[in-house]
Write a protein that binds this ligand. Structure first.
Ligand SMILES: [Zn+2]
Length: 418
């Protein structure tokens, strides 16, 4: 097989792997996949909250009747509403401010074919009703969720009585069947952060981190594949949400030789100004306060998306550096240094570009892993870079050079393998 054929075959199998829920595989490899928007999906056109601290009603106007399922999550208190895939055309600020028992809410794609709304509630609540009214007279179809305040004990009791079976589908194991592959070239997993319902951070102009890092990730994949020296797999290649743990499992199941997670940071205006790229490795203790804050923000992805962490074995929070093999840690650090060295000549670096903290996504004990924050969405000059195809191309080249530097000693004189 030519390299090209291998890449093609690989691309197809990757797609099947990374989007196990997709009903119909259709991907245009070199085009940035936009948010799936099709007239065939029901449209959510408007949303209203009414009520007070005792009882609150949440209403969404829909273009047609759909099925909904709700469940609740604790710490923090959330109500999760699962829907078939819906095109959200809600007002721009929808969800940022709550009312009554609801502090805020988020919505978006949780998997191909499935959308989700996550309500952050002020305290423990009970879902009294959740139904969809058919359109009638001049009224559109409406999703109605009625909540009432309850106490923590009742809230927890309700959780244990919840039938979780319909929701486990959102945890479908994307790494279940890595393709058996005779290709001995090292596998690099590129992991664009966030996706779907979790947009990550936002720029002042409304650009989402999830889109910026996906565009970069796709470009990085192309650059790496072009060298012919590596296989590349992406944890996501479209606007789909992937739980943090799932990203780690994806890399481990494929015996990846390197895991590169791509993010973009932001800081609140009140905390001053920061700029440039940083590279992070895993440690049980954050290298400084700002890094601790960042890890906390990035680790919240599953909470934001309404992933039920209580039913997961609790390896996520506790497994940290003590379980990571010494060798993996050393390799991670080495690649991080290679990367910072390359970035020096091509892009702007943060004042302290090499840092570490307890990022969940870096916890694979057997896969050297780094997390790259490309820059700050909140900093004007950084943002100009982040959305520039030219800057992305140059920066992706630097990453590819760092990958070359990292693998060169091990690939020299061998026919591959890791
Ligand atoms: Zn991020």
């Amino acid at each position: 097989m030519t390299v090209r054929t291998i890449a093609l075959v690989l691309g197809v199998s990757l797609f099947a792997g990374s989007a196990a829920w997709a009903a119909e595989p259709s991907v245009t490899a070199h085009k940035l996949a936009p948010v799936v928007e099709s007239t065939s999906f029901p449209v959510a056109a408007d949303v209203r909250l009414g009520g007070d601290d005792k009882q609150t009603r949440f209403v969404v106007d829909l273009s047609q009747k759909i099925d909904v399922a709700t469940f609740t999550l604790v710490d923090p208190y959330r109500v999760v509403v699962d829907l078939p895939q819906v095109t959200f055309k809600l007002p721009a600020q929808a969800g940022e401010h709550g009312r009554g028992l609801v502090n805020a809410f988020r919505y978006g794609l949780i998997m191909q074919g499935g959308s989700r709304i996550v309500l952050d509630t002020k305290g423990p609540v009970r879902v009294d009703k959740a139904f969809v009214l058919a359109a009638a007279a001049d009224q559109p179809a409406r999703l109605v969720i009625d909540l009432s305040a309850t106490d923590r004990e009742s809230f927890l009791r309700n959780i244990t009585m919840q039938d979780r079976s319909p929701h486990t589908s959102s945890k479908t194991n994307i790494s279940a069947q890595p393709e058996a592959d005779a290709d001995a070239r090292p596998l690099i997993v590129v992991d664009p952060g966030h996706g779907g319902i979790d947009s990550g951070t936002k720029s002042g102009g409304g650009q989402d981190e999830k889109d910026v890092v996906l565009a970069f990730g796709l470009m990085l994949r192309d650059r790496l594949e072009k060298t012919g020296k590596y296989r590349v797999a992406m944890t996501r290649s479209d606007d789909t949400f992937i739980p943090l743990d799932e990203r780690v499992r994806f890399a481990r199941a494929r015996k990846a030789a390197l895991f590169i997670s791509i993010h973009a940071d932001s800081i609140p205006r009140s905390e001053g100004q920061a700029e440039g790229a940083s590279v992070y490795t895993l440690s049980s203790r954050a290298s400084d306060a700002e890094t601790a804050r960042l890890a906390e923000v990035e680790n919240k992805s599953d909470v934001i998306a309404g992933v039920d962490l209580t039913s997961e074995p609790n390896d996520v929070a506790n497994i940290l550096i003590d379980l990571a093999q010494r060798e993996t840690k050393a390799f991670s650090l080495q690649f991080a240094r290679d990367l910072v060295g390359e970035f020096k000549s091509t892009t702007r670096l943060h004042m302290h570009p090499l840092k570490s903290a307890g990022f969940i996504v870096l916890k694979a004990p057997d896969v050297p892993s780094v997390l790259v924050e490309l820059g700050y969405m909140s900093t004007k000059d950084d943002l100009v870079h982040l959305v520039s195809a030219d800057w992305r191309a140059r920066t992706a080249d630097s990453v590819a050079h760092a990958v070359d530097a990292f693998f060169a000693p091990r690939m020299a004189g061998t026919s591959g393998g890791n």
